[in-house]
Each structure stands twice: as structure tokens, then as C-alpha cells.
Design a protein around this ligand. Structure first.
Ligand SMILES: Nc1ncnc2c1ncn2[C@@H]1O[C@H](COP(=O)(O)OP(=O)(O)O)[C@@H](O)[C@H]1O
Ligand SMILES: N[C@@H](CC(=O)OP(=O)(O)O)C(=O)O
Length: 458
């Protein structure tokens, strides 16, 4: 059997629903369906998840919510009317959306998670009712009823192991099983918790593992995963086949087409992932497969960049001989509750890269003061607006002079490279640049390796 996940772009309106219903019926193996909330219908449109976040904020701030409620209800109503579902279905959806504002929540984080989750909750409910209306046997897989459990931060949760046992009981069920993506239930207190944004991909992977699917098909709005973000380079080359670890590194570093945390369940169960286009479902898309037996076609598979980082550069003569330097440094980070993303080091130098989301100016100031006072570095530099560029490819392992080939196009254009991290991962090289140089660097590297089929010249 196959698990199919449809992203928000594939469920944005009734026309898209028509397409996904055809896709489901084209292959009898497509029995488990994971859905996102309705996404954007046109440039400038707002995703239902974002409308729900606005709705939650409005409730918190005690401002009028009627317009927002009406806007959210209309998104479902347009789809429901097109398929002529019974009036009771829409009555239920309207009531649930309105009730969100009148319930009580343990705190604002729980409120936000509950509001957000309802984009997926109601879309899965609606799709199951549409399938039933069309005479297709379908079940709405309410996470509360089926034991789709999660733990951890309520807006950045992770699945718990018992969920897989609960999913396994549905393996031989012949109906269409319609799961809402993006959230689960906190078993301890029965509240809703979501994954991080884009997290319906994670649900799809969990369902694929739980049901022992032969493939996890992830339907989106592009023909393939491209070698570079299509917002940076127009009409880039598509990737036919790539490995799990290539995808993990590229999605971490900016390929938003597939969530980086969605890889683990599929890897655990060794289920291939096929990213396909809902608007052109007959195209093969991109296949993400295990590393074993994989034969790379070129030197690099993709290049990605991600902004929103800061870096701390430390220089101290004879750092390599000083026992406990890194330990003390990590203790200071621990004191301020800060985790780091990367920590490349040299003989006398160390760079620590942080995700800005967990920093405040006060925390940075206090942390740097402690580092100065306790570790006495010869030089301490804090770099704001830092970007990471990741060049990824299984083929890199086979090629000499890797770093020279990657750096050359950047140095030729006088781009200042703060950091090069090679060797920590066998299949990637990470560069640190100013945010302002990130997109240009990605373009230059892409052009160097992919334009005019140069990829095959190495
Ligand atoms: N390397 C890439 N290859 C393909 N698409 C990418 C890449 N990097 C970023 N994207 C973007 O990801 C989008 C699909 O992801 P997303 O909007 O989350 O889709 P969905 O609505 O299906 O969940 C594409 O429309 C594209 O703009
Ligand atoms: N709707 C959620 C979860 C998700 O995965 O959405 P999408 O498939 O549209 O990326 C979000 O916007 O974050």
C-alpha cells in the first residue's frame, strides 16, 4: 500500500480537490491519505494555517473575530458546496471554527497549537465526507480516536512510539483512511500539539512507517525537487533520485519543499519517498532512497542556503592544548538555555553558529560577557546576519579537490567566506557567509556546476 500526502497547495480549492481525488483513484494502492490545511490559491493569498494564527491572536487580544471566522469558514464552504456534501458537514465545520474562540486553554501556547491544528483537522474531515458522498468508503482518522500521540513543546512536538502500534492496527483496513497532518494529541493531558511549520510532511512519514507502506508519495506543486530553490534560480534542474541523507541536509539548509524532520520515520522503516506534482501527477517526480547501493550521477546534487543565524568567533592561542575550554563554553550556553547549530574549530579558533530564533540581545550580551570573563579569549567577535550555504552530494566522496571547485566561483566574485566546514559530513560542505551574499553565492555555485551540463565534467 502507498501513503499519499497532499500539501496545502494541492488542497487550496475545489479544483485542487478534484485533482487529488483523481490521483487517489488512479492507483488502488493509494489507501492512506494525509492532508494539510488549504494553502494559497494565488500569489498574495493567505494559507488557512496563517488565518488561524491571526484568529488565535485576535482572540488573545480580545478584538473582533467575526471577519476572520467568516474568511476561514468560506475556505471550507467553497469546497464543500462544489461537492454538494450534506449541510450537516458544513454546519459542523462552522461550529468547530466558532467554538475555538470560546474554549479555555491551559496557556497561550496550547491555544495557538489548537487553533493551528484545526486547519488540517477540518480539511481531513471534509475530504473524508466528500469521498463518502462520491460513494468511496472513507474513514476520518481523528488523532484523538486513533491514538496519534505526541510529546514535547506544544508547537514543536515529536511523535511518541505508541503511535506506531496504534497505526499498525489499521494496516489491513480496506477503506480510504484520511489523516489530518501537522498535529497529534498529548497523551498526558489530552491537549493538542503541533509539529513545527510544514509538519504535515512529518505526519505522512509517520503514517507510512506505521502502516508499513511500500512508498510514501508526497504531492506538492513542483515537478521535482530541484537542485536549487526555484526562488533563487528560475527553471533549475530537477533531481531524479537522491539519498535520504542528501535530502536531510538540503531540507535543513533551505529546501522547504520537504520538512527535514520528516525523514527519520521513513529512514527507520526504509520506505522510499516520492515527491510528485499534483498538477502533473504522471511525471516521475523525485525519488528519495536509502544510501545503500546508490550510484551518484554527478559531483553535487544540490545547493541550499539558509538565513537567520548568528556566529560567535573565538580566538585563543594554544586553544588546542587547553583542557576543558569547550566544556566551560558549553556550560555558559547551557546556563542561558541556548543550543548551537554548528561548532567548527581550528587550532586556535572556534566558531559557534546559532539559530537567531532562540536569541535575544540581552542573552547575547550576557553570554558574551561570561565568555570574556571566564574563558579570556584573545579575540571575541559576534557576527549578526549570518547565512549558511550547504553544498550536498553523494558524489563528493569520489571527487578530489572538492573544496577548491566550490570556493573558486565565490572567490572569483570577491565573496567573503567566514567559515568552511568540510569533513564533518562526507556528503556535504558548509560555508558561512554574510546574509547579503547568500543568494548570490548559491547562484554562482549552481551556475558553476549545473549550467551547460558542467556537472558531468568533473
Ligand atoms: N529545491 C527545491 N525544489 C523544489 N521546490 C522548492 C525547493 N526549494 C524550495 N522549494 C519551494 O517549495 C514549494 C513546495 O513546498 P510547500 O509550499 O511546502 O508545498 P505544499 O503546499 O505542497 O506543502 C515549491 O513551490 C517551491 O517554491
Ligand atoms: N498547514 C501547516 C502544515 C503543513 O505542512 O502545511 P503545508 O503542506 O502547506 O506546507 C503549515 O502551514 O505549516
Amino acid at each position: 500500500m502507498k501513503v499519499v500526502k497532499f500539501g496545502g497547495s494541492s488542497l487550496a480549492d475545489a479544483t485542487q480537490f478534484e485533482k487529488i481525488i483523481q490521483i487517489i483513484q488512479q492507483d488502488p494502492e493509494r489507501r492512506a491519505i494525509v492532508v494539510s490545511a488549504p494553502g494559497t490559491r494565488f500569489k498574495g493569498d493567505i494559507k488557512v494555517t496563517d488565518l488561524l494564527i491571526q484568529y488565535s491572536e485576535a482572540v488573545k487580544n480580545q478584538v473582533a473575530v467575526a471577519d476572520l471566522q467568516a474568511e476561514i469558514i468560506a475556505r471550507y464552504q467553497n469546497i464543500a458546496e462544489h461537492f454538494n456534501v450534506p449541510a450537516a458537514v458544513m454546519d459542523h465545520i462552522q461550529a468547530v471554527i466558532r467554538d475555538l474562540a470560546t474554549q479555555t486553554y491551559p496557556d497561550y501556547a496550547h491555544q495557538l497549537a489548537t487553533f493551528k491544528a484545526h486547519g488540517e483537522y477540518l480539511n481531513a474531515y471534509l475530504l473524508s465526507q466528500i469521498l463518502i458522498k462520491l460513494g468511496l468508503p472513507a474513514q476520518f482518522m481523528d488523532p484523538k480516536e486513533i491514538g496519534f500521540n505526541v510529546a514535547g513543546p506544544v508547537n514543536d512536538a515529536h511523535v511518541t512510539d505508541d503511535t506506531y502500534d496504534h497505526l499498525a492496527t489499521y494496516r489491513d483496513n480496506p477503506d480510504y483512511l484520511v489523516f489530518p497532518g501537522f498535529f497529534g494529541m498529548n497523551e498526558a493531558d489530552g491537549t493538542i500539539a503541533t509539529f513545527s511549520r510544514g509538519g504535515s510532511d512529518i505526519t505522512g512519514s509517520i503514517v507510512a512507517k506505521g502502516l508499513h507502506a511500500e512508498v510514501y508519495e508526497n504531492f506538492t506543486d513542483v515537478n521535482a525537487i530541484y537542485s536549487v530553490d526555484p526562488h533563487i534560480v528560475s527553471q533549475p534542474k530537477g533531481i531524479q533520485t537522491m539519498t535520504y541523507r542528501e535530502m536531510r541536509e538540503l531540507s535543513y539548509a533551505g529546501f522547504s519543499v520537504f520538512h527535514d524532520e520528516a525523514l527519520l520515520p521513513a529512514i527507520d522503516a526504509q520506505i522510499p519517498i516520492n515527491v510528485k506534482n499534483t498538477n502533473q501527477p504522471d511525471l516521475p517526480g523525485t525519488l528519495i532512497v536509502p544510501e545503500k547501493g546508490f550510484k551518484p550521477k554527478g559531483f553535487i546534487t544540490g545547493v541550499a542556503s539558509s538565513k537567520g543565524f548568528s556566529a560567535l568567533y573565538l580566538h585563543r592561542y594554544l586553544l588546542n592544548k587547553e583542557v576543558g575550554f569547550t566544556l566551560k563554553l558549553l556550560q555558559i550556553l547551557y546556563k542561558y538555555g541556548i543550543s548551537y547549530e554548528h561548532m567548527p574549530s581550528g587550532i586556535d579558533d572556534l566558531t559557534i553558529i546559532f539559530d537567531n530564533q532562540q536569541l535575544t540581545p540581552q542573552k547575547v550580551k550576557a553570554m558574551c560577557n561570561d565568555i570574556r570573563n571566564e574563558l579570556h579569549p584573545d579575540q571575541l567577535e559576534w557576527i549578526d546576519h549570518y547565512a549558511i550555504i550547504m553544498i550536498v552530494g553523494e558524489g563528493m566522496q569520489l571527487s578530489p579537490n572538492t573544496i577548491e571547485k566550490i570556493i573558486r566561483p565565490l572567490t572569483d566574485h570577491n565573496i567573503n567566506i567566514h567559515m568552511i566546514n568540510e569533513g564533518a559530513s562526507k556528503i556535504s560542505i558548509m560555508l558561512g557567509t554574510d546574509e547579503a551574499d547568500a543568494q548570490k553565492s548559491v547562484k554562482l555555485i549552481y551556475q558553476h556546476f549545473f549550467d551547460n551540463n558542467r556537472i558531468f565534467n568533473y
